[in-house]
Each structure stands twice: as C-alpha cells, then as structure tokens.
Design a protein around this ligand. Structure first.
Ligand code: BDR
Ligand code: CA
Length: 306
C-alpha cells in the first residue's frame, strides 16, 4: 500500500474522504493532520480525532494551524454546519492528539517512509506549507502531494476563487514552488461528482458501521436550500490516489493570485508548460464519474461487512 498522510479540515466532504480512505487497502494511513478551514481548529481538530476513532483509522492525529500563514481565517460553517460536520455528533474518541504538531508529524513520517510518502491535502495548505518552510529538505522525502482545490471556471467562496485556495493563497504559492510532484484536483472535476438526494439515498441504503456518520451528513445536506445534495470534493482527491485513472490530468503551470481585498484574491489560472518543461503540477481536467461512484459503492460494501 501507498503510505499517506492526510491533511484535512473536517468538513463534511472531508469526512466522506476519510471514510473512503479508511476503506481502501491500497492506502496505508500513517497520520491524519487537522488544519483550520471549514470551521475553526477547535472543531476540525476534534472532528479529525473523532472521525479516526469512529472509522477505525489507527494512526497519530495531529493538530496544525489555527490560522492561515499571513491572513485572517475564513470559515465555511454555512456549508458544513457550526461544528464542521453538519451537526453530526460522533462518540468520544477515547484517545488523545499526537504530541507533535502537524508539520513535525508530516516531516517525521516523510523521513520514516524513505521517500515513498504521499500527502493528500483536503483543506487550506497551511500545514503543508509550514512543513516545507520549516524543513527545507522535506521535498526530497515526498513522492507526491495530491491537493483538493482550485478552479479554472469560477469559484465557490467568491465568484473567482475556490475555498481551499482562497483560505490561504500564500500557502498554495509555497507548495506550488516546492518542486514536489503535485496533482491538483479542483472544482472543474469535483463538481461533476455532485450527488443529489436521490443519488445519496441509493448509495446509503446499504447499512453499515459508518452509516450514522454518512447518513447524518447527507441529512444535513438535505436541509440546505442552496445545494441539497453533496459534492464530494475531498473524496475525489482521495480516489485519485487510490485509483489514478479516476481523473485525467495534464501538465500545467498553475498560478494563484494572492491579492487580499481584490476580486481576484485566491483565483487560479493555468497555462501550458513551456516547451520541454513539465509545469508545476498535474491538473485534473476530466473525471470518470462512473468509476468514482463504483468506488463509493465499494466503500459502502466495506462498512457493511463489519
Ligand atoms: C473544498 O472546500 C471545503 O469547503 C471542502 O471541504 C473542500 O475541501 C471545496 O472547495
Ligand atoms: Ca476540505
């Protein structure tokens, strides 16, 4: 299996992403790190810990950044509920946070995995950027970073910007400049995985040990007037690590605008790499939604089996 550290801000779709990751034997989850994002760290940290206990993910759970690198936090309780999990309350995890902060845990796991470690980043990139800044030799130990974020076709937090980029554009710039192989799974593909209430009902009819969580989040989504289903942005990023053909990527030079107060703050644009160059990322441009849905069904089978 691929050794991975999952950095996240749970987060309703982060919760589905962790559930998917835990169900895939292709992944060896070495640590889960929490960052502020969809909700303050006071929620996303405990949510990450409780989710790992609930889903049977047995690894260190580290707390990371409570604020972006150099700006004020922007949260998204309007989409994820005041506790970040659509009001779903998970059992007491009965375990404690890792004694290491996220950036130190990430570095330690990267060195321990001898260059094989992949990072799956599902929230603002603050923790990953902090690790890269603190440990200049970290890139040589990372096989790949897969990031959920960006959009070439309009945003979800502003007209132009996607939430994870908008939350900490400076952190994205650090990661894009790091030279670590990077796969970017943005709204251009994740929005194609939108599940209506009917689609969700079909998926969730198979009962299993994660049903209270997955159904609770779907029930919360049904109460929202803007979008009554779920777009599993973060789960698609996980799926792309487990099963790369689920997205089709293309080498690109991705640029992030960091211009606080302007209408283009957090906007991402992509150009083709110069001739003979590789660009700074592989950008996902197409999604095999049938394959993704099959992976979700397989996840339901996994939890139904006990
Ligand atoms: C991303 O922003 C968050 O709200 C979601 O969890 C996802 O990571 C989508 O733009
Ligand atoms: Ca997220």
């Amino acid at each position: 299996p691929v050794p991975v550290v999952i950095d996240c801000d749970p987060g309703t779709d982060d919760a589905y992403a962790l559930a998917l990751a835990a169900s895939c034997e292709q992944l060896d989850i070495r640590a889960v790190c929490a960052v502020q994002g969809n909700a303050p760290l006071a929620h996303t940290g405990p949510n990450a810990l409780a989710l790992c206990a609930y889903l049977g993910i047995d690894c260190p759970v580290s707390q990371g950044a409570a604020a972006p690198l150099s700006r004020e936090a922007v949260t998204a309780e309007y989409a994820h509920g005041s506790n970040g999990l659509g009001g779903v309350k998970l059992p007491d995890p009965g375990r404690a946070f890792d004694s290491l902060p996220a950036w130190d845990r990430l570095y330690q796991e990267a060195v321990a995995a001898g260059g094989e470690l992949q990072v799956i980043a599902l929230g603002p990139l603050t923790n990953v950027a902090t690790a890269l800044q603190k440990y200049p030799d970290l890139p040589q130990y990372l096989a790949k970073i897969t990031v959920m974020g960006s959009s070439l076709s309009g945003g979800n937090i502003t007209a132009q910007a996607e939430f994870n980029v908008y939350s900490d554009p400076e952190a994205w710039q650090v990661v894009l400049a790091s030279g670590v192989p990077l796969t970017v799974v943005g709204l251009d593909v994740t929005t194609k995985t939108y599940l209506s209430q009917d689609n969700l009902a079909v998926l969730l009819e198979k009962e299993g040990r994660a049903s209270a969580l997955l159904k609770g989040i779907a029930d919360y989504a049904a109460t929202r007037s803007s979008q009554s289903g779920l777009t599993l942005n973060d789960a698609l990023a996980v799926a792309s690590v487990v099963n790369p053909p689920v997205v089709t990527t293309q080498a690109a030079d991705l640029r992030v605008q960091a211009r606080p107060g302007s209408g283009v703050d957090g906007k991402t644009t992509a150009t083709n790499p110069k001739k003979g160059e590789e660009g700074n990322c592989q950008l996902a441009l197409r999604v095999d939604n049938a394959l993704f849905q099959a992976m979700l069904l397989r996840m339901m089978d996994f939890y139904a089996a006990g």
